[in-house]
Design a protein around this ligand. Sequence first.
Ligand code: F1P
Length: 330
Amino acid sequence: MKGAVTRQEILSQPDVWEACLGGSDPGDEDMAQRILGGALDRILFVGCGSSYYLALVLAAFVRHRTGVRVLAVPAGEVWLHPELELDRGARLLAICISRSGRTSEVLLAREHLARAYGAETVALTCDPESTLAATCDHRLVVPEAQERGVVMTRSFTGMYLRLARLFAAGSLRRLPEVARVLLREQGSRFEALGTRPETHRYVFLASGGLHGFAREAALKVGEMSLAPAEAYHALEFRHGPVAAAGGGTLLALWVTEAGRTHEVRLAAEVRALGADVVVLGGVESPDVPLEGEEYALAAMPLIHLLALSRGLVAGEDPDRPRIIGHVVEL
Ligand code: F1P
């Protein structure tokens, strides 16, 4: 059946997250100390596609949790346009994110950062046997989140938790159960949102440290269904893209703690234009209740279901998206 592999991987997320959060690795303590110990000037997160969007959210998460200066860059930019704002001589930790551990741009970025900047490197990957895992100085591996599907779903969320658990294992403990409840109570609603024939435009908004989730959500819809999907920082939406909002637009917005008042008002404005609007998180009448920004990740499986159902209704096979494959090798 079309999309069966991807659907199973989407629905497995609460269990996979439990494994990701519950695992223990003797190296974790050292890695957390390495990051928290004050010996680093900068942490650089690199990746491609979903792994780049993961770099965006993890960079924000780590900055918030540790106070260390961070930078998230698409891996290709690191060696193609190496005029990064990095000081030679800076003590740099490069966290190289790749589900496969084989993506060429990421391997080249690792090499460049180690050679040109003397960076210490970390592989955040699902494949312990990969070139990336073999060539980095340290490994954060999450094989339980590996996928047969082409589209990254549980590998995105699983790799997030593999790193996040270094700093916040306790506060994220309830996340799998929250996702389980959301899937049970809202899964079919999101699938139905994906099958509405009148919807022709998908928009995802998230500001601050959550912005990467919006980018990833738009990528999921694009990959699984080929439908036009856009992502913006929340308030950017008024600066042009709102012009085309109305019936036929589905807009999902992650509410942030700092932006709440403005974001909720924006959601109401867009709804008044006739769009379907889904508010993820926040305290003022959220459509999907989340316990603050730490739990923003719990909305991802719902977005995955939306993208999957849109793909199926469009006649696509989300297990075999057109043109794209598991890995990009240059
Ligand atoms: C990254 C990636 C995926 C995308 C496609 C091709 O792979 O760009 O985000 O969905 O499957 O590969 P990786 O470096 O994380 O293995």
